[in-house]
Design a protein around this ligand. Sequence first.
Ligand code: RIB
Ligand code: CA
Length: 317
Amino acid sequence: MSSRTRRTIIIDTDPGQDDAVAILFALAASDRLDVRAITAVAGNVPLNLTAKNARIVLGWANRTDIPVYAGCPRPLVREPVTAEHVHGETGLDGVPLQEADVELANGHAVDFLIKALRSAGPASITLCLLGPMTNLAAALVQEPDIRPGISEVVLMGGGYHVSGNVTPAAEFNVYADPEAAAVVFGSGIPMVVLPLDVTHQVLSTKERITRLENIGNRAGKLIAAILRAHGLIEIEQMGTDGGPLHDPTVIAYLLQPSLFCGRMVNVTVETRGEFTVGETVVDWRGVTERPPNALWLNQVDSNGFYELLTETVKRLP
Ligand code: RIB
Ligand code: CA
């Protein structure tokens, strides 16, 4: 795909403060990205809130024409884990919230994914996964023949050079539903991974937040307010001037992949370890016979990332 053709994407998400920034980022790049739908999943906060927050964010960008489907309310196997301590009780700490302007689209997100991917042309839809991978895993288990319609999966999740943020071994999106992550990584679908390895390099410093706020539009002010409230725990843990920004790296990769570099590796997901459930086991040195199944990105031009985010968000209301 040339870098200038418009890419059709479906965003699967658990908004979530950084998810909200990623969705606005994608909507701002409407000349490059055609956001076909948003599918909400339980994750940072319960499904009723992630499905509501997704619609609120679309309203901020005057894009309530984009359907939001509610998906799985819990992981495939395990009990739900959430992250209100990071994102707030609403899931969008930092900004005042009104009710969503539009209703949910009819039908379950998994059924939508199956129908949309079955009717899609070959390799025509990119799936952007910003939360636990429950919805896509459920769709793949129910209808494996949806794979040809998927161009690639680009996801935020996992960690190797930077290990866990929920346990010492596991990153939240994988930890929240490790069985789902194992299904997705084992699917054979082309995968691009934006792990903690890169998201911990893109820190929302005060200077970067101020530049976003000074854009002068509503989106810049909303994003700045969200980022000021986001990542406080990680700032304290890491002792840095700014928290890591996770989900928007997925959108930045779609728009400017040259910002990143990494390696094709084999990634498997630990689903049984007493202390390591949810770990992404990355064969970085190729010491196993397991074939590479993902492009694992571990370096990013962080200044270039914020330049792209700031310049792109200028196009929003
Ligand atoms: O570990 C970071 C990921 O978990 C991000 O997607 C954040 O939104 C949470 O879902
Ligand atoms: Ca997320």
